[in-house]
Design a protein around this ligand. Sequence first.
Ligand code: NAP
Length: 305
Amino acid sequence: MTIRLALVGLGKIARDQHLPAIEQTEGVRLTAIASRHAGHPDLPSYPEIDALLAAEEAEAITLCTPPQGRHAQARAAIAAGRHVMLEKPPGATVTEVQDLARQAKAAGVTLFATWHSREAAAVDAARDWLATRPIRHVRITWKEDVRHWHPGQEWIWQAGGLGVFDPGINALSIATAILPAPLFVTAAELSFPSNRAAPIAARVAMECGGAPVEAEFDWRQTGPQTWDIEVETENGTLRLSHGGSRLHLDGVEQMAAPDREYARLYARFADLIRAGQSDVDLAPLQLVADAFLLANRHQVEAFEE
Ligand code: NAP
């Protein structure tokens, strides 16, 4: 049976990734949109989710809105008996997503908290290679130009918008998927622009099975962008680069495959719905929350677009 799907929040990621991926996914059909300032030329479009839920019978809802406010939207969808897919980060707090997981279970619907970077081409191979190798040291370097990737996105700088952890959580989603032991935060330094409520840069120290993990996130990077994770083990060094799509082992490239992250997410969402299951892993969001809990805070130069 084809799953009818409605999308809420027609912004950058919805247009860049979700619409093409839905189009490519067998057994899933986009039937409606809810967005305050945008609509789809060929589909019923509503200004907000409540109107959509009242008028449409779509079995599944994807939320592509900012994390602040997502909880109320997801609760409404679950209460209306719909399966829900959440963009990353799954919410503004850990406990609100735990609440959603409880609601979904009670309602008998699927909740899928997605981590698109885990679907990058080389992530599964990296996890398999690391599974049997004792880890000595991990270095995460995630540096990009906020002006290029997030132009005009005010929500990202507001409380709950995560700041540089909005991309940084992608690195943490990969690290928590490929490393063979759980991570925990031991220290953090956060740099807040004097005019913003979210950090523009962060250094986070973590531990994984006794090995040190150092992460550096920075939104002030111009020129080449860096989305790398390097893992030194007792039996060689692994390097994941380009956000998880390229893999080097001891300096030798193993694979470089095209991006199918969002197509894989929609195929998995359809599988979860058919199997009557949910997938809600909060480990990356918990690490970000713990970094905020432990952090020393520094004020840096004001950020203007
Ligand atoms: P965006 O371009 O700002 O789009 C979000 C859309 O949500 C807006 O266009 C807006 O559409 C709607 N919205 C509803 N309430 C809003 C509010 N209070 N403030 C602002 N917009 C609101 O953001 P995005 O980049 O698509 O990111 C959305 C989510 O996807 C975030 O969780 C982000 O982390 C994730 N994501 C983004 C990227 C990326 O590269 N941009 C990549 C992966 C994941 P209306 O005004 O029409 O309602």
